[in-house]
Write a protein that binds this ligand. Structure first.
Ligand SMILES: *Cc1c(COP(=O)(O)O)cnc(C)c1O
Length: 468
């Protein structure tokens, strides 16, 4: 008689049998194929009812079996997604995780490491911290600056703003008043959204280009005494998501230092370019920030999800984020000596999501990363020249970092939309329009954002060709 009377196949989730081994091989085969595939299909979404009709009920009392579920995934569901690393995916901020990082993401999952505390996760956190050391070195922040990997830029911005406010609240006069943050209209939507989460007000500096120190200074002059008292942080952007614009970080840092304001730099998208010698000078002043957001899952070739928040003084972050609780007390003991990532950002239980970046950096070396980031900048400049040479399109502004804004002469917003959907429907490319404000008015324009070093000149020429 069986030792496990209930161990039918469908509920023996933790048993190892032939079926499990075959399934594992199937999954590995799929992963190998996906990692080595150089002619990806550009999928497109289907309506939910359509997907349901195609796959049927998948969650049932007895399970439909791994083979069936996996087949449905391969035949139907994956095809209703856009591979973000497709070389003609130039919309939003694309991504292009290295094969090494993807492989190690599988290893990270298989290793079941708890990434909150050194006591449990030391070996994994050590890897993350090695990668973090390199990130911090790119910023030029002096010791003891350090950071942690987060789920993304949104969580990194939130963690930094919470630390900033907590620091400001150390002053008893600031205990019961609502905080205020200054940033520019070009700041990412997540800064605005996270200000809501922590219930602080935002003052948006109007600018069509980089936020300058001067612009910040004139806003400060217009604040009344109460507003000035409520002001605790300034958020500059190190590469706007829309156009790749870098604020005047030195000018802003200067003012924040004299005014004793926390200076946060959101470089979620642009931060990768700190590795690129050709544009590094544009970020001068970032080494004077109190906190910085960088998303390795954007321009540092990590799989989703992987953001990072870096602090000039990690102790201040620890005072804001360290969680207390009777069952957590053990981690405050000697046995837990080491770096506890959960003390520096909003999340407790966490994946060691910096491990794929660590492995990829260890495998390739940092020079390859420099090269790959420079490729994005080269592609943007190349696209700029191709646009200038093409009579039906024109640049809206010079390419900045890896973003290119351009207009198709004579097109209406509807034309841009139809063009986007047609290219996606045909499985050819995903390039989306954006809005650009000039002379006070918004215009719909086309936008490229390059991340993937595998994108070619032919790809760009072919996409421009679809604009007639
Ligand atoms: C993408 C982006 C964010 C948000 O990051 P997520 O990883 O999507 O949460 C924040 N700021 C900037 C500048 C970004 O480009």
């Amino acid at each position: 008689m069986s030792k496990h009377p209930t161990s039918e196949k469908t509920i023996s989730m933790h048993n190892i049998d032939m079926e499990l081994i075959e399934m594992t091989l199937d999954v590995m085969k799929y992963a190998i194929h996906r990692i080595t595939n150089t002619s990806l299909e550009l999928g497109s979404p289907k309506k939910e009812e359509e997907l349901r009709r195609l796959v049927g009920e998948t969650i049932t009392d007895r399970g439909i079996g791994g083979e069936n579920a996996f087949q449905l995934f391969k035949d139907v569901l994956i095809k209703a997604t856009v591979p973000i690393d497709h070389p003609r995916h130039l919309a939003f901020v694309p991504a292009a995780p290295t094969r090494a990082a993807i492989m190690f993401d599988l290893v990270t999952a298989a290793s079941s490491i708890h990434g909150a505390y050194w006591m449990e996760g030391a070996g994994g956190i050590f890897c993350e911290n090695e990668a973090m050391k390199w990130l911090v070195s790119l910023t030029g922040l002096p010791k003891p600056a350090f950071g942690v990997f987060t789920s993304g830029g949104t969580a990194a911005n939130l963690s930094a703003l919470v630390a900033a406010r907590e620091y400001w609240r150390k002053n008893p006069e600031h205990q019961n008043i609502k905080g205020l943050i200054i940033t520019s209209v070009g700041a990412h939507s997540s800064v605005k959204a996270m200000a809501k989460v922590i219930d602080v007000d935002l003052w948006l500096v109007e600018t069509e280009d980089a936020m300058s120190g001067e612009a910040l200074r004139s806003v400060l002059k217009t604040l009344d005494a109460q507003q000035r008292k409520r002001l605790f942080a300034v958020v500059g952007t190190g590469g706007t998501t829309n156009a790749g614009i870098i604020d005047d970080l030195s000018g802003i840092a200067e003012i924040c230092e004299t005014e004793k304001l926390w200076f946060h730099v959101d470089a979620a998208y642009g931060g990768g370019a700190l590795a690129a010698d050709s544009v590094r000078h544009l970020f001068n002043g970032i080494e004077r920030a109190d906190s910085i957001t960088i998303d390795p899952h954007k321009w540092l070739f990590s799989p989703y999800d992987c953001g990072a928040v870096i602090y000039k003084d990690p102790q201040l972050a620890k005072e804001a984020h360290s969680q207390e609780g009777s069952y957590l007390d053990i981690f405050k003991d000697e046995g837990a000596h080491g770096f506890n990532p959960s003390d520096y950002q909003i999340q407790l239980t966490r994946r060691v999501r910096g491990m794929p970046l660590w492995f990829s950096l260890a495998m390739h070396g940092t020079d390859k990363y420099k090269w790959a980031v420079e490729q994005g900048i080269l592609l943007a400049n190349l696209a700029g020249r191709l646009i200038e040479a093409n009579p039906v399109v024109e640049l809206v502004r010079e390419p900045s970092l890896s973003c290119v804004l351009f207009r198709r002469k004579g097109w209406t917003p509807d034309d841009y939309r139809d063009w986007t959907y047609k290219n996606q429907r045909e499985g050819f490319a995903l390039v989306t329009p954006t809005k650009w404000k000039q002379g006070g008015a918004y215009e719909t324009v086309a936008r490229f954002c390059f991340i993937n070093p595998d994108t070619t000149e032919e790809d760009i020429v072919a996409i421009l060709g679809t604009m007639g």
